[in-house]
Design a protein around this ligand. Structure first.
Ligand SMILES: Cc1ncc(COP(=O)(O)O)c(C=O)c1O
Length: 409
């Protein structure tokens, strides 16, 4: 097992110096940094194995197909899915969530049916539903959030009326940080004849995900937020739904037979992966899974809680600081969003940048949530396995500097 305390050495980007300062990267929720093994996997794939998959008899096509399918099995095990046919490679969480909205809703929902969402959802799990609701005349219903962003299951229960056909929500909120009770919501959904789609973008790589124990019907995520490459991700679709859900796209690689008058489809996953896939990306995602496994999810969870708890403690002591979401680290993912009285988040982020500290400022693709919070933008510091307490100290020192500079105090 790798030691989480020295794992930062596996990430070449931390050799970067900016403005004479070492890089403090606190924007992992936007994208994580990549370890050598993932970076090297891309060169290795294109240098040694590059060929199209599932369509050649030559050895390179065999190797490429093997690497692609092995990656699928790694993802299956990572999610504890029952079958590798339940793992569909996508270009990321956004694609997965769009596929669920467009394909599932079109085949299973009818005018007047309802979709349950949270108003804190990332636009990627909100706009697709808004669009399909407009097209099919469906209703969007928002579950009530408590002040700290959590859900009170007793209050939520009554929202699962007979017209509700699907609930789609984040496993971990990308702004408030809440970890939502997917298992209980899945039970509730299933007991009322609905299904559950989970946006796992901020969960994978930080907390264990077991789609069977959680009871998910759909689970979407991106590789790039879990130390893997950009432009690839996966959508888990429970096997029992494969017959109901039509292909997403049509073309090469997804058919069983084609004649001039009609065509039939290959089974999943081919059915859902038309065209040449991102083989190098999928391979890199598998290598990212290996990397996470080499550290161990238990260490990742306890490190995330320790760093997040430390950040909440240190940030709370700053004058004019407002932290969003739950105050208990164990109830949230590895991120903290905050605002500073009288200061614009972009101004603060610009001062932090000059100190070599990368945070995200803005609305983090959650405009409805920011409207509800009545705040034009927030600052988000988000953490990864390479984040240290020294990084948090540097953040807090730089915030104090920003306050002094911007308030002229
Ligand atoms: C909660 C959540 N969902 C979905 C996404 C979209 O992920 P991607 O841009 O990788 O498709 C993000 C990205 O920030 C996110 O935080």
């Amino acid at each position: 097992m790798k030691d989480i305390n020295t794992v930062k050495n596996d990430f070449p980007i931390f050799k970067r110096i900016y403005n004479g300062k070492p890089l403090v990267y606190l924007d992992t929720a936007a994208t994580s940094q990549k370890p050598y093994s993932v970076i090297d996997s891309q060169t290795e794939y294109y240098s040694l194995h590059n060929a199209n998959v599932h369509r050649g008899v030559h050895f390179l096509s065999d190797e490429s197909t093997d690497l692609y399918e092995q990656a699928r099995i790694k993802v299956q095990k990572f999610l504890n899915a029952e079958s590798s046919t339940e793992v569909i490679f996508t270009k990321g969480a956004t694609e997965g969530l769009n596929r669920v909205a467009m394909s599932y809703a079109v085949s299973a929902l009818k005018e007047g049916d309802s979709i349950l969402l949270l108003d804190s959802e990332h636009h990627s799990n909100f706009v697709p539903w808004q669009e399909i609701a407009n097209i099919l005349k469906l209703k969007l219903i928002f579950l009530p959030l408590e002040l700290d962003g959590s859900l009170d299951l007793k209050k939520v229960e009554k929202y699962f009326t007979p017209g509700v056909k699907i609930i789609s929500l984040a496993h971990v909120s990308n702004v408030l940080g809440n970890i939502y009770p997917i298992k209980q919501l899945a039970k509730l959904a299933h007991s009322r004849g609905a299904v559950i789609s989970v946006d796992g973008a901020q969960a994978v790589g930080h907390i264990p995900v077991d789609v069977v124990s959680l009871g998910c019907d759909f689970y979407s995520f991106s590789a790039h937020k879990m130390y893997g490459p950009m432009g690839v991700g996966a959508l888990y679709i429970k096997k029992s739904l494969h017959d109901l859900i039509p292909p997403f796209e049509f073309g090469g690689g997804m058919i069983r037979t084609v004649s001039l008058n009609s065509s039939t489809w290959a089974p999943s996953p081919e059915k859902y992966e038309a065209g040449t896939p991102n083989v190098a990306g999928a391979y890199g995602l598998g290598i990212a899974v290996d990397f996470i496994n080499s550290i161990g999810m238990d260490s990742i969870v306890s490190h995330g809680e320790e760093i997040t708890g430390y950040a909440i403690d240190r940030l709370s002591s700053i004058d004019g600081m407002f932290i969003y979401g739950p105050k208990v680290a164990a109830e949230r993912g590895a991120l903290v969003s905050f605002s500073l009285e009288g200061l614009h988040s972009h101004d603060v982020a610009a001062v932090l940048n000059a100190e070599g500290i990368a945070v995200r400022s803005g609305q983090h693709c959650t405009m409805p949530l920011h409207d509800k919070l009545q705040v034009n933008s927030t600052i988000r510091a988000s953490f990864g396995i390479y984040t240290t307490k020294e990084d948090i100290d540097a953040l807090c020192d730089a915030i104090l500097k920003a306050i002094k500079l911007l308030r002229g105090a």
